[in-house]
Design a protein. Structure first.
Length: 310
Protein backbone atom coordinates (compact mmCIF):
# COMPACT_ATOMS: atom_id res chain seq x y z
CA UNK A 1 0.00 0.00 0.00
CA UNK A 2 1.26 3.51 -0.80
CA UNK A 3 2.30 5.86 2.00
CA UNK A 4 -0.09 8.36 3.58
CA UNK A 5 1.95 11.21 2.11
CA UNK A 6 1.56 9.81 -1.38
CA UNK A 7 -2.19 9.33 -0.93
CA UNK A 8 -2.57 12.90 0.40
CA UNK A 9 -0.74 14.12 -2.71
CA UNK A 10 -3.05 12.04 -4.88
CA UNK A 11 -6.11 13.48 -3.14
CA UNK A 12 -4.82 17.01 -3.70
CA UNK A 13 -3.86 16.42 -7.33
CA UNK A 14 -5.95 18.77 -9.55
CA UNK A 15 -6.04 16.01 -12.16
CA UNK A 16 -7.58 13.46 -9.78
CA UNK A 17 -10.60 11.77 -11.39
CA UNK A 18 -14.02 11.58 -9.72
CA UNK A 19 -13.62 7.82 -9.30
CA UNK A 20 -10.22 8.28 -7.67
CA UNK A 21 -11.63 10.86 -5.24
CA UNK A 22 -14.50 8.52 -4.41
CA UNK A 23 -12.03 5.79 -3.50
CA UNK A 24 -9.90 8.19 -1.45
CA UNK A 25 -12.99 9.31 0.50
CA UNK A 26 -12.90 5.89 2.15
CA UNK A 27 -9.18 6.07 2.92
CA UNK A 28 -8.20 4.92 6.45
CA UNK A 29 -6.13 8.08 6.95
CA UNK A 30 -8.02 11.14 8.18
CA UNK A 31 -5.42 13.37 6.51
CA UNK A 32 -6.46 11.98 3.14
CA UNK A 33 -10.18 12.21 3.89
CA UNK A 34 -9.82 15.86 4.97
CA UNK A 35 -8.36 16.76 1.58
CA UNK A 36 -11.14 14.94 -0.24
CA UNK A 37 -13.81 16.53 1.96
CA UNK A 38 -12.56 20.01 1.13
CA UNK A 39 -12.45 19.65 -2.67
CA UNK A 40 -15.37 21.32 -4.51
CA UNK A 41 -15.02 18.82 -7.34
CA UNK A 42 -15.37 15.73 -5.16
CA UNK A 43 -18.47 13.81 -6.36
CA UNK A 44 -21.53 14.44 -4.14
CA UNK A 45 -21.88 10.70 -3.54
CA UNK A 46 -18.36 10.63 -2.11
CA UNK A 47 -19.03 13.68 0.06
CA UNK A 48 -22.12 12.00 1.50
CA UNK A 49 -19.97 9.19 2.83
CA UNK A 50 -18.09 11.76 4.94
CA UNK A 51 -21.11 13.36 6.63
CA UNK A 52 -20.76 11.11 9.68
CA UNK A 53 -17.00 10.68 9.51
CA UNK A 54 -15.42 9.90 12.87
CA UNK A 55 -12.89 12.74 12.41
CA UNK A 56 -14.32 16.14 13.37
CA UNK A 57 -11.92 18.11 11.18
CA UNK A 58 -12.95 16.05 8.17
CA UNK A 59 -16.55 17.06 8.80
CA UNK A 60 -15.44 20.70 9.22
CA UNK A 61 -13.68 20.54 5.84
CA UNK A 62 -16.89 19.21 4.40
CA UNK A 63 -18.94 21.96 6.07
CA UNK A 64 -16.82 24.73 4.51
CA UNK A 65 -16.55 23.09 1.08
CA UNK A 66 -18.20 25.53 -1.40
CA UNK A 67 -19.13 22.61 -3.62
CA UNK A 68 -20.94 20.71 -0.89
CA UNK A 69 -24.61 20.12 -1.82
CA UNK A 70 -27.24 21.84 0.37
CA UNK A 71 -28.77 18.55 1.56
CA UNK A 72 -25.41 17.54 3.04
CA UNK A 73 -24.95 20.93 4.69
CA UNK A 74 -28.41 20.63 6.26
CA UNK A 75 -27.39 17.30 7.79
CA UNK A 76 -24.19 18.91 9.11
CA UNK A 77 -26.33 21.54 10.88
CA UNK A 78 -27.29 18.74 13.28
CA UNK A 79 -23.71 17.57 13.83
CA UNK A 80 -22.92 16.72 17.48
CA UNK A 81 -20.02 19.20 17.56
CA UNK A 82 -20.72 22.93 17.57
CA UNK A 83 -17.68 23.80 15.43
CA UNK A 84 -19.04 21.72 12.55
CA UNK A 85 -22.53 23.22 12.83
CA UNK A 86 -21.26 26.79 12.96
CA UNK A 87 -18.81 26.24 10.09
CA UNK A 88 -21.78 25.55 7.80
CA UNK A 89 -22.90 29.18 8.21
CA UNK A 90 -19.54 30.37 6.84
CA UNK A 91 -19.69 28.12 3.77
CA UNK A 92 -19.06 30.44 0.77
CA UNK A 93 -21.34 28.31 -1.35
CA UNK A 94 -24.44 29.39 0.58
CA UNK A 95 -23.52 33.05 1.05
CA UNK A 96 -24.63 35.23 -1.88
CA UNK A 97 -21.74 37.59 -1.12
CA UNK A 98 -19.08 34.84 -1.15
CA UNK A 99 -20.40 31.91 -3.14
CA UNK A 100 -18.95 30.76 -6.43
CA UNK A 101 -20.76 31.29 -9.74
CA UNK A 102 -23.94 29.28 -10.03
CA UNK A 103 -27.38 29.08 -8.42
CA UNK A 104 -27.79 30.13 -4.81
CA UNK A 105 -28.82 27.11 -2.77
CA UNK A 106 -28.25 28.87 0.53
CA UNK A 107 -31.88 29.66 1.35
CA UNK A 108 -32.72 26.06 2.22
CA UNK A 109 -29.67 25.87 4.49
CA UNK A 110 -30.43 29.18 6.21
CA UNK A 111 -34.04 28.15 6.77
CA UNK A 112 -32.83 24.93 8.37
CA UNK A 113 -30.41 26.91 10.56
CA UNK A 114 -33.22 29.27 11.64
CA UNK A 115 -35.25 26.22 12.73
CA UNK A 116 -32.31 24.57 14.49
CA UNK A 117 -32.36 23.65 18.18
CA UNK A 118 -28.92 25.26 18.50
CA UNK A 119 -29.68 28.71 19.92
CA UNK A 120 -26.11 29.90 19.44
CA UNK A 121 -26.24 29.00 15.76
CA UNK A 122 -29.50 30.92 15.37
CA UNK A 123 -27.81 33.85 17.15
CA UNK A 124 -24.94 33.78 14.63
CA UNK A 125 -27.38 33.58 11.74
CA UNK A 126 -29.40 36.53 13.07
CA UNK A 127 -26.33 38.77 12.79
CA UNK A 128 -25.96 38.16 9.05
CA UNK A 129 -26.96 40.89 6.61
CA UNK A 130 -29.14 40.34 3.57
CA UNK A 131 -31.26 37.56 5.04
CA UNK A 132 -34.33 36.53 3.07
CA UNK A 133 -37.81 37.41 4.33
CA UNK A 134 -38.57 33.76 5.05
CA UNK A 135 -35.53 33.48 7.31
CA UNK A 136 -36.20 36.82 8.99
CA UNK A 137 -39.78 35.84 9.80
CA UNK A 138 -38.55 32.77 11.65
CA UNK A 139 -35.97 34.78 13.61
CA UNK A 140 -38.51 37.50 14.41
CA UNK A 141 -40.54 34.91 16.29
CA UNK A 142 -37.60 33.08 17.83
CA UNK A 143 -38.23 31.93 21.38
CA UNK A 144 -34.88 33.38 22.50
CA UNK A 145 -34.72 37.10 23.24
CA UNK A 146 -30.95 36.95 22.65
CA UNK A 147 -31.52 35.77 19.09
CA UNK A 148 -34.10 38.48 18.41
CA UNK A 149 -31.74 41.07 19.95
CA UNK A 150 -28.95 39.97 17.59
CA UNK A 151 -31.33 40.43 14.68
CA UNK A 152 -32.42 43.84 16.03
CA UNK A 153 -28.91 45.22 16.25
CA UNK A 154 -27.68 43.99 12.89
CA UNK A 155 -30.62 43.80 10.48
CA UNK A 156 -30.55 45.97 7.39
CA UNK A 157 -34.27 45.52 6.76
CA UNK A 158 -36.35 48.61 7.73
CA UNK A 159 -39.48 46.49 8.08
CA UNK A 160 -37.72 44.07 10.43
CA UNK A 161 -36.22 46.84 12.52
CA UNK A 162 -39.59 48.53 12.97
CA UNK A 163 -41.12 45.24 14.11
CA UNK A 164 -38.38 44.71 16.68
CA UNK A 165 -38.94 48.16 18.20
CA UNK A 166 -42.29 46.74 19.32
CA UNK A 167 -40.79 43.56 20.81
CA UNK A 168 -42.10 42.82 24.31
CA UNK A 169 -38.60 42.15 25.69
CA UNK A 170 -36.66 45.32 26.60
CA UNK A 171 -33.35 43.63 25.69
CA UNK A 172 -34.55 43.41 22.11
CA UNK A 173 -35.77 47.02 21.97
CA UNK A 174 -32.48 48.16 23.47
CA UNK A 175 -30.54 46.26 20.79
CA UNK A 176 -32.74 47.85 18.13
CA UNK A 177 -31.72 51.23 19.49
CA UNK A 178 -28.09 50.44 18.65
CA UNK A 179 -28.85 49.58 15.04
CA UNK A 180 -27.01 51.98 12.74
CA UNK A 181 -30.09 52.26 10.52
CA UNK A 182 -32.50 53.54 13.14
CA UNK A 183 -34.46 56.65 12.16
CA UNK A 184 -34.73 59.87 14.13
CA UNK A 185 -38.38 59.09 14.81
CA UNK A 186 -37.49 55.67 16.24
CA UNK A 187 -34.84 57.18 18.49
CA UNK A 188 -37.40 59.73 19.65
CA UNK A 189 -39.68 56.86 20.69
CA UNK A 190 -36.92 55.22 22.69
CA UNK A 191 -36.70 58.23 24.98
CA UNK A 192 -40.17 57.43 26.32
CA UNK A 193 -39.76 53.67 26.56
CA UNK A 194 -40.95 52.22 29.90
CA UNK A 195 -37.66 50.32 30.41
CA UNK A 196 -34.64 52.26 31.67
CA UNK A 197 -32.19 50.05 29.79
CA UNK A 198 -33.92 51.01 26.55
CA UNK A 199 -33.90 54.72 27.33
CA UNK A 200 -30.20 54.62 28.19
CA UNK A 201 -29.52 53.09 24.77
CA UNK A 202 -30.22 56.51 23.23
CA UNK A 203 -27.27 58.06 25.07
CA UNK A 204 -24.97 55.10 24.55
CA UNK A 205 -25.71 54.68 20.85
CA UNK A 206 -25.43 58.44 20.32
CA UNK A 207 -21.78 58.24 21.32
CA UNK A 208 -21.17 55.17 19.14
CA UNK A 209 -22.81 56.47 15.97
CA UNK A 210 -22.43 60.23 16.44
CA UNK A 211 -26.16 60.83 16.18
CA UNK A 212 -27.67 64.23 16.80
CA UNK A 213 -30.56 63.98 19.26
CA UNK A 214 -33.15 66.73 19.72
CA UNK A 215 -32.39 68.88 22.74
CA UNK A 216 -35.90 68.34 24.13
CA UNK A 217 -35.29 64.59 24.09
CA UNK A 218 -31.92 65.03 25.77
CA UNK A 219 -33.61 67.16 28.45
CA UNK A 220 -36.05 64.33 29.13
CA UNK A 221 -33.13 61.96 29.57
CA UNK A 222 -31.31 64.46 31.81
CA UNK A 223 -34.31 64.42 34.16
CA UNK A 224 -34.96 60.67 33.81
CA UNK A 225 -35.98 58.82 36.96
CA UNK A 226 -33.20 56.26 36.38
CA UNK A 227 -29.73 57.25 37.52
CA UNK A 228 -28.24 54.89 34.92
CA UNK A 229 -29.93 56.82 32.12
CA UNK A 230 -28.65 60.13 33.46
CA UNK A 231 -25.16 58.69 34.04
CA UNK A 232 -24.81 57.53 30.43
CA UNK A 233 -25.93 60.93 29.17
CA UNK A 234 -23.52 62.76 31.49
CA UNK A 235 -20.56 60.61 30.48
CA UNK A 236 -20.96 60.92 26.73
CA UNK A 237 -20.33 63.66 24.17
CA UNK A 238 -22.88 65.33 21.96
CA UNK A 239 -25.30 66.93 24.42
CA UNK A 240 -25.83 70.70 24.55
CA UNK A 241 -24.57 73.00 27.26
CA UNK A 242 -28.05 73.44 28.84
CA UNK A 243 -28.35 69.66 29.13
CA UNK A 244 -24.98 69.36 30.85
CA UNK A 245 -25.97 72.21 33.16
CA UNK A 246 -29.04 70.27 34.28
CA UNK A 247 -26.94 67.17 34.82
CA UNK A 248 -24.32 69.16 36.74
CA UNK A 249 -26.96 69.73 39.42
CA UNK A 250 -27.94 66.05 39.57
CA UNK A 251 -28.57 64.57 43.00
CA UNK A 252 -26.20 61.72 42.14
CA UNK A 253 -22.63 62.94 42.59
CA UNK A 254 -21.14 60.69 39.90
CA UNK A 255 -23.57 62.12 37.35
CA UNK A 256 -22.98 65.70 38.45
CA UNK A 257 -19.19 65.34 38.45
CA UNK A 258 -19.16 63.93 34.92
CA UNK A 259 -21.42 66.68 33.62
CA UNK A 260 -19.34 69.43 35.23
CA UNK A 261 -16.29 68.19 33.34
CA UNK A 262 -18.05 69.04 30.07
CA UNK A 263 -18.60 72.59 31.32
CA UNK A 264 -14.92 73.24 32.08
CA UNK A 265 -12.44 74.89 29.75
CA UNK A 266 -10.54 72.05 28.08
CA UNK A 267 -7.08 73.68 27.89
CA UNK A 268 -5.08 76.54 29.28
CA UNK A 269 -1.51 77.70 29.04
CA UNK A 270 0.72 76.46 31.86
CA UNK A 271 2.91 78.94 33.73
CA UNK A 272 6.67 78.85 33.19
CA UNK A 273 7.13 77.28 36.62
CA UNK A 274 4.63 74.94 38.21
CA UNK A 275 3.01 76.92 40.99
CA UNK A 276 2.71 73.90 43.27
CA UNK A 277 5.76 71.72 42.73
CA UNK A 278 8.17 74.40 41.47
CA UNK A 279 9.02 72.29 38.39
CA UNK A 280 9.55 74.00 35.07
CA UNK A 281 6.90 73.00 32.51
CA UNK A 282 7.70 73.09 28.79
CA UNK A 283 4.79 73.84 26.47
CA UNK A 284 1.09 73.98 27.26
CA UNK A 285 -0.40 71.78 29.97
CA UNK A 286 -3.69 69.99 29.46
CA UNK A 287 -6.16 70.66 32.24
CA UNK A 288 -8.85 68.22 33.31
CA UNK A 289 -11.82 68.20 30.97
CA UNK A 290 -13.27 66.35 28.00
CA UNK A 291 -10.40 67.17 25.68
CA UNK A 292 -7.93 65.83 28.27
CA UNK A 293 -9.56 62.39 28.05
CA UNK A 294 -9.82 62.54 24.28
CA UNK A 295 -13.45 63.59 23.94
CA UNK A 296 -14.76 66.61 22.03
CA UNK A 297 -16.22 69.43 24.07
CA UNK A 298 -19.60 70.30 22.55
CA UNK A 299 -19.75 74.02 23.29
CA UNK A 300 -16.15 75.21 22.77
CA UNK A 301 -14.52 76.31 19.53
CA UNK A 302 -11.32 74.66 18.38
CA UNK A 303 -8.29 76.86 19.05
CA UNK A 304 -5.18 75.68 17.11
CA UNK A 305 -2.95 78.08 19.06
CA UNK A 306 -3.58 76.11 22.24
CA UNK A 307 -1.84 72.98 20.95
CA UNK A 308 1.92 72.22 20.96
CA UNK A 309 3.74 73.31 17.83
CA UNK A 310 1.23 76.00 16.99
Amino acid sequence: MTTVRARVAAAADPAATPSALADLAADPSRSVRRVVAGRPDTPPEALRTLVHDSDRQTRECLARNPGCPPDILIVLLTDPHWSVRWTVLDNPGIDPAKRLDGPDHGLAVRLAAARSDDKDMRYILAQRLGLEDEVIDLLLHDTSAEVRAALAERTDSPRTLESLFADPDPKVRRAAGFNADTTAEQRHRLVSDPAAQVRSAVSEAKSVHGWEILEEDLMLLARDRSVNVRWWLANGPGATRPVYQVLAEDRDESVATAARAWLMEPLRRAPAVDEVAGIRVVGPRRMWGPRYVGEPIPHAEFDPASFPGA
